[in-house]
Design a protein around this ligand. Structure first.
Ligand SMILES: Nc1ncnc2c1ncn2[C@@H]1O[C@H](COP(=O)(O)OP(=O)(O)OP(=O)(O)O)[C@@H](O)[C@H]1O
Ligand SMILES: [Mg+2]
Length: 504
């Protein structure tokens, strides 16, 4: 039930520019004073919607509507008072400013009212001050609302930030300029084993004495350059070491002065262990492949020697036996013919044995790498009809046998690839031997490398060459654009031969 008295002067002719609506709750026993107040406000340009109340219950009901822009209260009323009205306004939690209007209030009472939350106190004798006071207090309310909104937004973003810091799988550690912990999130507790309460305000215990220099360096670098990233080690509460990746950034105050650092830290122990295992097994594979390569070369050389010495020797002996026989059976033409055919068979066997022996391990390798490559190039020309020219800056130079064999095998695979893939008309080979390195370049004028050619899972030629060359501490590069030929480059640090003619 509304026991108040209303007045709506919207539409009254106004001396000032219209300001918009003003909903005023006026606590006043005198109807004449109420009208006067409303007229003052309307005169200042507001379209006033006002309600008059003069006792507690009516005021509580009116406040409950929550619609008021301003509460204006007389200081003394017969059944109520300005102070009580002020108390009620504050109890109801309204944001509307409260203006006390009085003819009798003294200075002390006015100050007390202001302390109690009144926005302003106006003397009835100078009611002209009312409109400016309302205007001021409305601006104050607006500023207060704005401030509250900003505070709420700040609180929301702080809440979000706190949730993020708490849920982060990365340790987040804040330090001040004295390197004392200001922030230590749950992930930091999990990774290092100390609780936030144990570390706040202390230097981080996760930095072991031996790690202090390294820690200090990252902090200084972050402050001087803004941020720093690193992989390093720290300790856990149980004394064990933890491998971490660290990203430290400097924190600044409003004036840009550094006030500390914040670090994001991940435990990379598992990753590092996996990386170490991969590196180890790669090294083992490489060693195994080098060992296998050497064993194959040694076996080839042994079989080549057997072919040359045993099979070749036996065939030579067989031929001289046959020669002796031939002298005795010259008189029997049929037998002579059979001996002649046996001679041809021995010839064929000898040629095959020499060719097999050479392809297993060309004896030219014993004369140096250049003669071996040259021989291989002639074989290739004969077999494929593709022109192949080899040049060398030092044809006499001798290399360590393992290096000569490796270069020879790389060259063999390079020529096999030209024959298989390039459709080339010409191959140009340059061997450059200096005191410290040996470089081999094999260039063809064929179809060039198709995209992804070197990544084929089922291809092992280039991979094998690479392994061989890496095993000797060198590098290999295969390049070429489609339609523009292919170039293979190999370079290895040169080793002098242990014994110039030693075979494998
Ligand atoms: N001279 C070349 N001209 C054009 N393409 C080439 C040449 N050399 C290599 N390639 C391309 O690179 C791929 C990889 O060569 P790689 O020697 O590793 O394997 P592959 O010759 O296919 O098989 P293999 O394992 O028998 O050697 C080839 O399949 C081919 O597509
Ligand atoms: Mg190949």
């Amino acid at each position: 039930m509304n026991t108040g008295f209303s007045s709506n002067l919207a539409g009254t002719k106004l001396p000032h520019a219209a300001r918009g609506p003003l909903r005023a709750l006026i606590v006043e026993d005198s109807e004449a004073d109420f009208d006067l107040i409303v007229a003052m406000l309307a005169g200042a340009g507001w379209s006033v919607e006002a309600e008059r109340v003069e006792e507690r219950a009516a005021m509580r009901n009116a406040l409950a509507t929550g619609k008021w822009d301003v509460v204006i209260a007389d200081h003394s009323l017969p059944r109520f008072s300005g102070n009580e009205a002020l108390q009620l306004t504050s109890d109801c939690g309204t944001d509307a400013p409260f203006i006390l209007v009085s003819g009798s209030i003294g200075e002390d009472a006015a100050v007390a009212a202001l302390h109690a939350g009144a926005t302003d106190c106006i003397n009835k004798a100078s009611l002209a001050r009312l409109a400016p006071a309302v205007e001021r207090s409305l601006a104050g309310v607006e500023a207060r609302l704005e401030r509250r909104k900003a505070e709420r937004a700040l609180r929301d973003s702080l809440d979000r930030l706190t949730a993020l810091v708490n849920a982060s799988p990365l340790a987040i550690i804040g330090l001040d300029l004295e390197r004392r912990v200001t922030l230590w999130n749950p992930a930091a507790e999990r990774i290092f084993g100390w609780t936030q309460t144990e570390v706040l305000g202390r230097n981080p215990p996760s930095v072991a004495p031996a790690q202090r220099d390294d820690f200090q360096r990252y902090q200084d670098l972050a402050i001087s350059s803004g941020s720093v990233e690193a992989e390093t080690r720290r300790v856990r509460a149980d004394g064990s070491e933890v491998e971490i990746s660290l990203s430290v950034a400097a924190l600044h105050d409003d004036e840009g002065r550094a006030i500390g650092t914040i670090a994001l830290i991940a435990d990379i122990g598992d990753r590092k262990r996996a990386e170490r295992e991969i590196t180890e097994s790669r090294e083992q594979l490489r060693a195994l492949s080098a060992h296998t390569g050497k064993a194959i070369e040694a076996e080839r050389a042994r079989i080549a020697r057997e072919l040359h010495d045993q099979v070749g020797g036996t065939l030579t002996a067989l031929r001289s036996e046959l020669d002796g026989l031939r002298k005795r059976i010259d008189t029997d033409p049929a037998l002579a013919k059979r001996v002649q055919s046996m001679d041809k068979l021995i010839d064929t066997a000898m040629t095959a044995s020499i060719s097999m022996s050479r392809s297993l391990r060309p004896s030219m390798l014993d004369h140096g790498v250049y003669p071996a490559l040259e021989w291989q190039a002639r074989e290739f020309e004969e077999r494929t009809g593709t022109h192949c020219r080899v040049t060398c800056n030092d044809e006499e130079a001798s290399l360590d046998m393992e290096q000569s064999t490796a270069l020879y095998r790389v060259f063999q695979e390079a020529l096999t690839n030209v024959a298989k893939h390039a459709k080339a008309g010409r191959v140009t080979v340059e061997l450059f031997i200096s005191a410290s390195t040996v470089t081999l370049e094999v260039r063809d004028d064929g179809c060039g490398l198709a995209g992804g050619a070197l990544g084929k899972r089922e291809s092992f030629g280039v991979r094998g060459m690479l392994e061989r060359v890496r095993g000797l501490g060198g590098w290999l590069d295969v390049s070429g654009q489609p339609g523009d030929g292919t170039t293979l480059m190999v370079s290895i640090p040169r080793r002098k031969p242990k014994s110039p003619k030693a075979g494998t």
